[in-house]
Design a protein around this ligand. Structure first.
Ligand code: GAR
Length: 187
């Protein structure tokens, strides 16, 4: 693709979704490239992925939502970023920030939204004896894990499922779903 959309991924932790987005972005037909990585956690393991792939990254301390978002917007504009993916970014963005970025922000969550927003998703799914679980990619709004759904992947919860096995299963489905969602947005 001649003109890929210059994008930024926000992370707070392991960044395994980030690594798949980077990998897929190297395919000719993938619509975005990752030009910047931002984290609120200077110990995020995902920063090693940024280093390994030679992608610029910035740690912005979360002194307050206002401070974090002001610095983010400055850096995003400086690098001419047009699209934002949240990959395990554990903060809620303000309406003002989302609007000033034209709403072009998407997120992945490890449940079949609108079920099980927030933290401890796997625990809640198992406690409620769900037959199915899944993952969701959606547009970001100021409300936690809400916003228009782009794509969802649904799968069976095994009889002997544990939080750890469900987490692994979900993450493995997330990688493809995230890239499929990005492709579908720019079609
Ligand atoms: C993923 O499972 C993602 O769905 C979840 O954090 C994990 C990040 O993993 N996001 C949320 O819970 C957002 N509410 P990663 O850092 O290895 O990509």
């Amino acid at each position: 693709m001649d003109k890929k959309v210059k994008s930024c991924v926000f992370i707070s932790g392991n960044g395994t979704n980030l690594s798949y987005i980077i990998k897929n972005s190297r395919s000719y037909n993938f619509p975005i490239n990752v030009g910047l990585i931002i984290t609120n956690n200077n110990k995020a393991k995902g920063l090693n992925i940024a280093k390994k792939n030679n992608i610029p990254f910035i740690y912005i301390p979360y002194k307050s939502k206002g401070y974090f978002e002001r610095v983010c917007l400055f850096e995003l504009r400086k690098k001419n970023i047009k699209f934002l993916c949240l990959g395990g970014f554990m903060k809620i963005l303000s309406d003002k920030f989302i609007k000033s970025f034209n709403g072009k922000i998407i997120n992945i969550h490890p449940s079949l939204l609108p079920k099980y927003k927030g933290l401890n998703t796997y625990k809640k799914v198992l406690e409620n004896k769900e037959i199915y679980s899944g993952c969701t990619v959606h547009y970001v709004t100021k409300k936690l894990d809400s916003g228009k759904i782009i794509l969802q992947k649904k799968f069976l919860v095994a009889k002997n499922e544990t939080e750890e096995s469900l987490k692994l299963k979900t993450l493995n489905k997330e990688y493809l779903l995230y890239s499929q969602s990005i492709i579908s947005i720019f079609k």
